[in-house]
Design a protein around this ligand. Structure first.
Ligand code: FA5
Length: 340
C-alpha cells in the first residue's frame, strides 16, 4: 500500500512540474504508458497470490484513474494557459485606424476640362477633336495669318518641316469644322497645343478649348451672353465678364475676356495685381475672310469664336501660382483635388 501511495505522490509531483503540452506525453508514457510504472504493476499481477489478486488489481486501477485525473487536470490547465498566451500574442487593436488603399483620381486639368465641356455641351455644343500635328494652312493661312505675318510671333511653335507643325492653338478646329459641316454650327474643340514658351505661366505644351458658333445673325452680344453664362458655371454665380479690345487676325472685332477676380471678388488683390480682373480667354466675331476661305457665305452667315487655356482657368480656380506644378505629378499635390 505504501508503494502505491509513494508512486501516486511521485506521479503527482512530476505532473505538477510539467510546463508544456509537449512534455506531458513523455510523463504520461513514464507512468501510464505501455511500459509505464503503473502499467508494470498490472503486468506483475501474475506474481500476486490469488486471494489478494482482486484487491491488488482494484488498487492498481484506482491508482491509474487517480493519476489519469492528475494528467487531465494538468492538460486543462496547460491548454487554458496556451490559449491565453495565443490570444495575447495574436491580439488585434481594433482602435487603430485602418490602412487606406491608394486610389487614383482625375488630374486637376481633366477635372476642369470636364467641367468646361459639361458647361458648353449643356448649351448645345458638340465636341470635335482635330489633329495635334497639323499643316501651316490650317494653323495659320486659313485663319487669315499668311506666311511672314507678324501675328505668327504670338504663337511660335515647333516645326516638323516648313509645312507641318505642332499646332499652336485649337483654332484649326474652326476651319476643319467649317469645311465639313454646313451651318448652323456649334462646336467645342478641346486638345493639346504647343508653343515655344517656358516660364511660370507659360508651358511648351498646354491645353486649349476652342468654341465656334456659325449661324444667321450671330453677333458679339451672343458671345457676351454665352461667356457670361459659362463663367458663372465654372467660377461662381456672382462672377462677371468684361470685354477688352484685342487683336486676332481670324476674328474682327477681337476681344480679350476678363472675369472678376475669384480671390477678391473684384476689390483688387495680389492675384489680380490690384485690378480686380483676370484675363481668361481670347475671342471675337469670326473674320469674314475666314468664313469665305472655309466655303461659308459671309453675307448670309456670321460666327463667333473663343479659345481658352485650360491651365489658366485651373490656376485661377485653384490659386496655383506656377504652371509647372500641373505637370510635375507630385502625388501630394494631386491628392488635394480628389479628397474623398
Ligand atoms: C489663341 O490661341 C487664340 N487661338 C484664341 C482665340 C480663339 C481667339 C478664337 C479668338 C477666337 P492666345 O494666344 O491668347 O489666343 O491663347 C489663348 C489662351 O491660351 C491664353 O489666354 C492663355 O490662357 C493660354 N496660353 C497661351 N499660351 C500659353 C502657354 N504657353 N502656356 C499655357 N497657356 C497658354
Amino acid at each position: 500500500m505504501e508503494k502505491f501511495e509513494e508512486l501516486k505522490l511521485k506521479a503527482k509531483a512530476e505532473i505538477e512540474k510539467i510546463a508544456s503540452m509537449k512534455t506531458i506525453n513523455d510523463v504520461k508514457a513514464k507512468f501510464i504508458g505501455k511500459n509505464g510504472e503503473i502499467t508494470a504493476l498490472l503486468r506483475g499481477m501474475k506474481d500476486i497470490p490469488a486471494e489478494m489478486r482482486a484487491a491488488f488489481g482494484k488498487r492498481v486501477n484506482d491508482l491509474k484513474e487517480e493519476v489519469s485525473a492528475f494528467f487531465a487536470k494538468k492538460e486543462t490547465e496547460l491548454k487554458a494557459a496556451e490559449s491565453a498566451d495565443k490570444f495575447k500574442k495574436e491580439a488585434v487593436d481594433i482602435t487603430l485606424p485602418a490602412k487606406t488603399l491608394q486610389v487614383g483620381g482625375l488630374h486637376p486639368l481633366n477635372i476642369v476640362k470636364n467641367k468646361i465641356i459639361d458647361a458648353f455641351t449643356g448649351m448645345g455644343f458638340e465636341i470635335f477633336e482635330g489633329p495635334e500635328i497639323d499643316t501651316d494652312y490650317y494653323c495659320f493661312q486659313a485663319l487669315n495669318i499668311p506666311k511672314d505675318h507678324p501675328a505668327r510671333d504670338m504663337q511660335d511653335t515647333f516645326y516638323i518641316n516648313d509645312n507641318v507643325l505642332l499646332r499652336p492653338h485649337t483654332s484649326p478646329g474652326q476651319v476643319r469644322t467649317m469645311e465639313n459641316k454646313k451651318p448652323p454650327i456649334k462646336i467645342l474643340s478641346p486638345g493639346r497645343v504647343y508653343r515655344a514658351d517656358d516660364d511660370a505661366s507659360h508651358s511648351p505644351m498646354f491645353h486649349q478649348i476652342e468654341g465656334l458658333v456659325v449661324d444667321k445673325g450671330v453677333s458679339l452680344c451672343d458671345l457676351k451672353g454665352l461667356l457670361d453664362e459659362f463663367v458663372k458655371i465654372i467660377f461662381d454665380k456672382d462672377t462677371k465678364t468684361r470685354f477688352r479690345p484685342s487683336y486676332f487676325p481670324f476674328t474682327e472685332p477681337s476681344v480679350e475676356v476678363d472675369v472678376t477676380c475669384c480671390k477678391c471678388g473684384g476689390k483688387g488683390c495680389n492675384l489680380c495685381k490690384g485690378t480686380g480682373w483676370i484675363e481668361i480667354l481670347g475671342a471675337g466675331v469670326v473674320n469674314k475672310k475666314v468664313l469665305e476661305m472655309s466655303g461659308i457665305d459671309s453675307n448670309v452667315y456670321s460666327g463667333l469664336a473663343f479659345g481658352l487655356g485650360i491651365e489658366r482657368i485651373t490656376m485661377i480656380k485653384y490659386g496655383i501660382s506656377d504652371i509647372r506644378t500641373l505637370f510635375e505629378n507630385n502625388v501630394a499635390f494631386l491628392q488635394q483635388f480628389n479628397r474623398r
